[in-house]
Design a binder for this molecule. Structure first.
Ligand code: BJW
Length: 237
């Protein structure tokens, strides 16, 4: 029995009301990406970066819910006879709230903070500010969102590479294919012999790399594809 690796991006959470990054009304709107998603931007203006993430955290905690695509992936993990791992670029917690358990957050988690002084990662459901002290080392000024910015090393890469090399199916959902190393996962999986399927509203920068592309909203296409996989019409099973 082969395994399935699912890569998700901002598009899977769009129907839950979380803006994507690169859409017309995307998350970067009003902010050059270098100001809010690089270590240099944080060093230059930590309050701006905190306010960007504080706004997203309070929105996430204020009524955003998983949608049909998140729920379908959790069902796939429960009911598929082989292993299913979701690798998400998203920092929201919608996959875990939907019930996914085998889940890797390669770009970190919005509901965690990390101390730049002692490295402690802690749950964080409140606003962060530069004056907040770390609960572990007691120093203030070092806390930052536990996320991966441009120029930083994503998390779990060795484990993800191993999974891609053993996958029977690589499914990519709602990602632009612009940001590496995630954008290169399809090539790794394909070289290892996996079936590769993309689900996206539009053509992405990575579409050409996939064996199959399905166009439309994740909330409709993911449940339908999961039904297909569980009915056994798939060569990963
Ligand atoms: C729907 C939908 C619906 C909408 N249904 N679909 C030159 C070449 C190659 C690489 C580089 C380069 N120069 C620099 C780099 C490296 C750099 C990089 O990739 N830059 C590119 C911009 C060129 N990468 C890095 O720095 C990474 N680290 C790194 O490389 O370390 C060194 C290394 C070396 C060797 C091996 C491994 C590593 C780190 C990248 C960190 C990215 N961080 C962010 C912020 C995270 C925290 C936060 O959330 O604020 O991650 S940036 C942002 O982009 C976020 C996302 O996870 C990521 C990807 O965005 P995503 O998910 O694709 O969203 P969108 O908005 O772009 O697209 C949404 C898609 O959904 C669209 O296609 C829509 O059509 C679709 N959609 N609604 C289905 N309802």
């Amino acid at each position: 029995m082969k395994s399935i690796v699912v890569l998700t991006g901002a598009g899977i959470s769009a129907e839950s009301g979380v803006p994507t990054f690169r859409g017309d009304d995307g998350l970067w709107e009003g902010h050059p990406v270098e100001d809010v998603a690089t270590p240099e931007g944080f060093a230059r203006d930590p309050e701006l970066v905190h306010s960007f993430y504080n706004g997203r955290r309070s929105k996430l905690l204020g009524g955003i819910e998983p949608n049909a695509a998140h729920l379908a992936l959790a069902r796939l993990e429960r009911e598929f006879a082989g292993d299913v791992t979701v690798v998400t670029q998203n920092i929201d917690d919608l996959h875990e709230r939907a019930g996914s358990r085998c889940l890797l957050h390669m770009h970190g988690e919005l509901l965690k903070s990390r101390c730049g002084n002692c490295g402690t990662v802690a749950e964080c459901r409140q606003d962060l500010q530069t004056g907040v002290a770390c609960g572990c080392c007691g120093k203030s000024g070092g806390l930052r969102p536990h996320v991966v910015w441009f120029g930083e090393m994503p998390f779990h890469l060795d484990e993800i590479t191993g999974l891609l090399c053993r996958a029977g199916l690589f499914l990519s959902i709602g990602t632009s294919g612009l940001v590496y190393p995630a954008a290169g996962f399809v090539a790794t999986a394909r070289a290892a012999g996996a079936r590769t399927v993309e689900i996206n509203l539009e053509q992405s920068a990575g579409t050409i790399c996939f064996g199959e592309s399905r166009r439309g909203a994740a909330g409709e296409l993911v449940p339908a594809f999961v039904d297909e996989l569980l009915a056994g019409g798939d060569d990963a099973g």
